[in-house]
Design a protein around this ligand. Sequence first.
Ligand SMILES: [Zn+2]
Length: 417
Amino acid sequence: MTDNHRHNGSLGADIVQRIDQLAAISEAPDNLTRVFLSKEHRAAAEVLVTWMQQAGMLARIDAIGNVCGRYEGTKLGAPCLMLGSHYDSVRDAGKWDGPLGVVTAIACVGDLNRRKVRLPFAIEIVAFADEEGTRFASTLLGSRAVAGTFVESALASRDRDGVSMREAMVAFGLDPDHIGAAARAPVEVLAYLELHIEQGPVLEAQKLPVGVVTAIAGATRLAVELHGTAGHAGTVPMAMRRDALTGAAECIVAVEEFCRSDRGGLVGTVGYINAMPGATNVIPGLVSFTLDIRAPKDSYRKMAVTDIVREIETIAKQRQLDLQINVTHENRTAPCAPWLQNQIGAAITAEGFRAFELPSGAGHDGMAMIDIADIAMLFVRCRGGISHNPAEHVDEADVDAGARVLLRVIENFTPKI
Ligand SMILES: [Zn+2]
C-alpha cells in the first residue's frame, strides 16, 4: 500500500555491517561469547540504544537489561506492534542468532523514519538480554520479564564462578527487586513479531530465502534408565546375558524409526548415553540415556511420547531389563497466530517469493511473549542449517530479502480487530 514511496537502497549491507560490529563485542578475543549481565552485555546494550535513537526511536534499558525502543505512530501513546529478538549468545556462537532480528528491526524503523512515515500504531523493538540461558542455565529471562512471568527464584541461581544472578544484576546497575517493572500489559501490544535465522536446513533445501513459521515446537525430555546385570565379557554365554547397552541400542533405533515414519513434523533425539560400569571386558549392567521429543502440536507430541514409551517398555520386557523413565522437562507448543502468518505470507508473496511454511524446532522468545500477545515469526535461510557455531552464515541477499519482507509486514500491518 505504500509501495510508491518505498526506499530504493538495499538494507542488507547496512545490517551485515552492524551484525559484524555487534559480533566484535565478546568476552573472548577469538570467538563470540556474550552472556547475560556481563560487561559485554552492557557494551552491546549501549550500542543498541544509540542505533535505536538514530532510527528515530526513544530508547532505554529496562529493569532486566533488555534494550527497548519505541517509534510513535500517528497518535501518541498508541498500542504497539512489537518486534524483537535476543542479543545474548551461547559460548563460541555464531553472530546471526538473535542479533539479525534486532538489527533488521532497527533498520526497518530507520527506513520508515528517513521517509517520515508514521503508522496508525506504534512500533517497539525489544532486544532481549537473555534468551539462551548461557550464564545461569535458565532461558528466556529477558522475554519472561517483559511477559511478566519472570520467576523470582531464578535470582538465586549461580554462574560457573559462583556469582548469583541477584549479585550480577546489582553489579550491572539493576535492581533485582524491581524486575516486575519490565512487564508489559497485553493491551499495550498488538502482536509480537520476530525475525530469526532458521537454524535448520529446510529453507536451503527449498531454495528459499525466507519462510513463515507455523509454531514453535513444544518439547518433552525424558531420562531413561535400563537395569540389567553386569558380568564378565568372557564367561557369560550370550543367551544368559541381561545387557543393558544392547537393550538401549534397540530402544534408540526404535525411537529413530518411529520418528522417521512420521509425517507430522515429529523429531526425536537421543543426545546423551552412559553405560556402567563402562569397561571393555564387562557386560554393561546399567545404561542411562536421554530422549528429546518435539512436534509442532502438543496433542500430537503427547501421543508420540506415549507410543515411544510403550515401545521402550516392550523392548525392556523382552530383554528382561528393568526400566525407569522420568519426564525431566516439558514445554508446550507456542503456535503462531494464523492472522499474523497470513500477513507475513502476503508480504513474502509481494516480494516475489513463495510463502513457504515451516515449524520451528528451536525455542525462541515468542514462547514467553505468547502469554501477553499473539506471536509470529519470519525465518531467514542460513547456510547448511548450521547454528550455535562460528560457521553460522547468512548471505547478504537473504538478509536484504528478510528486511524487505519485514518492512512490508510492518507497513501493511493490520491489527486483529
Ligand atoms: Zn536465537
